[in-house]
Design a protein around this ligand. Structure first.
Ligand code: 6A9
Length: 786
């Protein structure tokens, strides 16, 4: 019947790619086209690991474990976990292509792991690792530490362990579809500096693997404490090893299991270092192995190139005059953004409100993307990514364009991109099932327009580079579909207004129903979600997007009039003020069905129908009480949303509104703090209020770096435009930049991490960490690149 045909059509569109040329050219991720980006640290969820940019790539990774005095199983480090409570970990150097230096600090020792690549052959070349374990200065006895280096296949390919003298796993020979033949060699450990041989014990494990997400579990299950270490220092002691209980066959083929894991375990007293060499079978001639002195030279040369390029790109030591410690911080922060880039492959689980088929599967697709947080959410988030690429673009425009292109290839036939990308078993294993499904009416700020506005040099000035204009030409049909999708699905009740869809539906549970789609989650909106709402932040994103669309269309010779007109209308300050200026607040505001008179109150949970009245104490819960009926009006919240017309530059430099906005953000009793702008005014009724029993305040006061970056960018611009506020904008800009950069740096120095957000009362880092997503925008603030 007709209805089911319509439903079928809607579901089909939901899971059908946009019919347009792919933004990522066919084959461009393969080694023939991008040899130096085939291998990479594309597994941001593990401390140290590599894979290739292919769907079922073999992987290599590192685990370590301190051998505790009692011979018991100590903690095994592998995936980045906040619970590991490491004093610090992260990339100190990462150039996005050839070199990465990672360091993790345990209480008693440090683990420094570096990779460097060498070009050659047809499969992405060779790479070598050097892993150095050193006791921390504070420890008395040198700790006994095991390194567990593994290689695993993911459903295709073969691994053949090569065993020396009946016990030591010296190498693994392997082959896979995209890598051809290869060999991974595990060198014997040496003492750092002197390079003397170091006493060590070796163990190994080979096991079938259900999937890559099970590596830690399989290794942990194989650990056994019945082995004896020594005697290098006269003392014999028990230690824990990974064992599979059977002899490793010298040339056994993969034993029919979809995936195989091979682990080389080396145990020695710190300090020691060891090297791992990956050599591609397609390299015909080598000038010696990339090991020992040759590796030292290569690491040093790449490091020097990174340092020089960093100074050329950002000028922090010279032009900006930052001291060495802060330059080192900025280098680590950029490196963590680049080292956080992952290559994922899989299918999103999606759902449309119009199709009642339940959840459906997106087509299998690759995604090259940075991640907000390697520990807590090592996967792609749509609006985060636009911020990430502001930084990446200034380091390596080709990589940034490639990442943006990958995201745009996730557009479905309707022009929608799922907000959170949970692709592949490793990513899925971190997310509770109820959070996996992505809803097709849900948007997220279209920040890639911001990326393009800030990064494509000459856009709008008619002088775009050949590479950029080829890129714009390629992505334009996709941008058009994406832009149209927002206009079609997120437009508001009156002309020139917009509304985020997908707010929390149940109004009785939350102090204020969340708006996850806006990216600002629990930031207060109209107390009673309705179709009458208009959201000022979304409107400003659309004004920005329309302007960028017009400029791109002009640049590549496509019709631009419709975008230019929309941009003019959305930038018209009279229309903006008519829809969103709340005179009583002296700020811009959302409009909706709203009352301030709400509170969470404790109430008794009513017994389930048919249940006996029990003698147990009554169950209590928090629910929302509404003390005065809502009505259509401006929403009284003051904070980030009130500033959006300033943040995204919609407010004209001579607008009579600009002074009030500057007052709001510069006022310590409202948004200003010594650490940056707080998300919600200190005088707001919902300031630092919980949303439910289990929902602590999130965007209700804390300082967030992405919005502070937008504020710095906007103030920097107003300070350049002549107008009555020009001087003042410049002064505020300088203080804001100093406050944000200073605090993020101090917190890094004190805690070892950059954080998801910062306390507006103490400046302390809070939330997930490391959060090297948009917090890494401090590097651009240091460099004053907007
Ligand atoms: C789900 C499952 C171990 C919340 O940075 C990513 C997003 C932002 O886009 C958004 O603006 N973060 C911000 O409000 C983090 C979202 C994390 C979801 C984690 C829990 C993990 O369980």
């Amino acid at each position: 019947c007709w209805a089911s045909y319509v439903r079928w059509r809607l579901t089909a569109r939901l899971t059908t790619p946009l019919p347009a040329e792919p933004a990522v050219p066919q084959g461009s991720s393969l080694p023939a086209a991008s040899p130096d980006r085939f291998w990479g640290s594309y597994r941001p969820g593990v401390y140290f690991g590599m894979k290739t940019r292919s769907p079922r790539s073999p992987v290599a990774g590192l685990m370590w474990m301190e051998q505790t005095a009692g011979g018991g199983v100590g903690p095994l480090r592998h995936t980045c976990e906040q619970g590991d409570a490491l004093a610090r970990y992260g990339w100190l150097t990462h150039d996005g292509r050839h070199l990465g230096v990672h360091e993790a600090l345990e209480r008693d020792f440090s683990v420094r792991a570096a990779f460097v690549k060498r070009a050659g052959g047809a499969h992405g070349g060779d790479w070598s690792w050097r892993v150095t374990v050193k006791p921390r200065a504070s420890v008395e006895a040198a700790p006994l530490v095991s390194l567990l280096v593994y290689v695993a296949t993911d459903g295709q390919g073969v691994l053949r362990p090569r065993v020396e003298q009946g016990e030591r796993l010296a190498a693994v020979d392997g082959s896979s579809e995209e890598l051809g033949d290869f060999r991974v060699t595990f060198a014997a450990p040496t003492a750092p500096k002197t390079n003397d041989a170091k006493y060590a014990r070796y163990n190994s494990l080979r096991a079938p693997l259900g999937g890559l997400e099970r590596v830690t579990e399989v290794v942990r299950a194989s650990l056994s404490g019945r082995f004896v270490f020594g005697p290098d220092d006269g003392e014999e002691r028990r230690y824990v090893v990974a064992v599979d209980g059977r002899q490793l066959g010298a040339s056994e083929p993969s034993d029919g299991h979809a995936s195989t894991l091979v682990v080389h375990q080396l145990t020695a007293r710190a300090p020691f270092q060891m090297e791992v060499l990956f050599e591609s079978g397609s390299v015909e001639r080598r000038d010696g192995a990339l090991a020992g002195a040759a590796l030292t030279r290569e690491l040093a040369a790449r490091q020097a190139a990174f340092d020089a390029r960093f100074e050329r790109a950002f000028g922090l030591a010279g032009a900006k005059g930052f001291p060495p410690a802060q330059v080192a911080f900025a280098k680590a922060t950029l490196s963590n953004a680049l080292g956080g880039v992952g290559y994922f492959y899989g299918r999103s689980v999606v759902r449309s409100p119009l199709a009642d088929e339940g959840a459906a599967l997106y087509w299998p697709a690759p995604l090259l993307t940075a991640v907000p947080s390697r520990s807590f959410f090592p996967r792609g988030f749509l609006w985060d990514e636009g911020f990430h690429q502001l930084l990446v673009w200034r380091w390596d425009a080709e990589v940034a364009r490639d990442i943006v292109a990958h995201w745009l290839d996730l557009l479905n036939a309707d022009g929608w991109i799922p907000r959170e990308q949970i692709l592949g078993a490793e990513a899925q294993s971190k997310v509770p099932a109820e959070f996996v499904v992505q809803h097709s009416q849900n948007a997220n700020p279209p920040t890639f327009f911001l990326t393009l506005r800030s990064s494509v040099a000459g856009l709008g000035a008619g002088s775009v580079s050949d590479e950029d204009s080829a890129f714009l030409r390629r992505i334009f049909p996709r941008l058009r579909a994406w832009f149209d999708w927002y206009n079609l699905t997120q437009s508001g009740p009156v002309p020139y207004s917009f509304r985020w869809r997908g707010r929390d539906a149940d109004t009785s549970l939350f102090l204020n129903p969340k708006t996850l789609t806006s990216g600002l989650d629990d930031y207060p909106r109209a107390s009673h979600p309705s179709e009458q709402e208009r959201h000022v932040d979304l409107r400003c994103w659309m004004a920005l997007a329309a302007g960028v669309m017009a400029d791109i269309a002009r640049t590549i010779g496509e019709p631009h009039q419709v975008y230019a007109r929309m941009h003019r209308e959305l930038s018209d300050n009279d229309i903006l003020d008519a829809l969103h200026w709340a005179e009583e607040l002296q700020a811009y505001a959302d409009w909706g069905n709203h009352t301030e008179a709400v509170a969470l109150v404790r109430e008794r949970v009513p017994p389930a129908p048919g249940q006996q009245q029990s003698r147990a104490p009554p169950q209590m819960r928090l629910v929302r009480a509404v003390r005065r009926a809502p009505s259509e009006r401006f929403v009284n919240a003051l904070g980030y949303v009130s500033l959006f017309p300033l943040l995204l530059g919609t407010v004209e430099a001579d607008s009579p509104r600009l002074p009030a906005l500057l007052d709001l953000l510069r006022d310590e009793s409202r948004m200003w703090t010594p650490f940056g702008l707080r998300s919600l005014s200190r005088s707001d009724p919902l300031y630092q209020k919980r949303n439910t029993e289990h929902d602590p305040p999130y965007w209700r006061g804390a300082v967030w770096v992405n919005v502070n970056y937008l504020a710095a960018r906007a103030l920097h611009r107003y300070a350049k435009l002549s107008g009555p506020q020009q001087r003042r904008a410049g002064d505020i800009y300088n203080s804001l930049r100093e406050n944000v950069v200073g605090n993020v740096y101090r917190q890094y120095a004190a805690t070892g991490y950059v954080w998801e957000q910062y306390s507006d009362s103490t400046g302390r880092g809070q939330g997930s960490h490391p959060f090297t997503g948009w917090t890494s925008l401090v590097v651009l603030m240091m460099a004053e690149e907007y």
